[in-house]
Design a protein around this ligand. Sequence first.
Ligand SMILES: [Zn+2]
Length: 260
Amino acid sequence: MSVETKFIRALHSHRHEHTRLHAEADKGHEIFQSSLLNSLLKGIYDGNLSYRELAAHGDFGLGTFNALDGEMIAFDGNFYQILSSGKANAVKPQQKTPFALVTFFKPEAHLSVATPMSYEEFGRQLDKVVPSTNLFYSVKVEGHFDLIKARSVPKQKKPYRPLLEVVEEQSLFEFKNIKGTMVGFRFPDYTQGINVPGYHLHFLSEDKSRGGHVTSFSMHGVKIAVDHTANLHLEMPQQGDFLKARLAKGDADAIRKIER
Ligand SMILES: [Zn+2]
């Protein structure tokens, strides 16, 4: 049996098990998301949710910080803040986020990839093996990267500008021949405006010193772990600028420019 076939079977058998056990067993296994991507696009960079509270909903995920102070990556229960310098620090529980998503990562399928793979190739391959691109996937990639292009955003001052203007001032990093971990999600196309449709990945180096929001990569010798859920738990801010913002629809062009 090929690696790919095994991977597909593992995912499918898990899905069937879920169906049998019904919703009761699946309860609690969800992706928890605070606020909307559209809200960030509109320049709403302050939230009222602390990382202490966020961590109650998951040990794995990504997001940002109040005042858009860098990129967040979390795995194995550890949360890191990647500043616009590219340097990573441990997140303090009292720090707050305007946008983040987390889950309790329980991988259902593992895949080892020895051959070189780009971001596009990775997306194509994974899309082929997941049971449906209409569900939500959490993804962890560990190993050796020949090249990673990543970015982080600089801390903002009020009055906040829309994200599209801010990312023009983002810091871009290139990491060559680096070991580390990518953490991210795959969201369905229908979530446009709620989140980023397709893949969204953040990176942290093995020594936990550097990283960022991943814009492109080439990797070989990695392990990919995937977890799926049908449950997305959205929690909106109940105070601040969010309440008055016009958040009608996702702007596909803006999201593309911001994410890659
Ligand atoms: Zn990101």
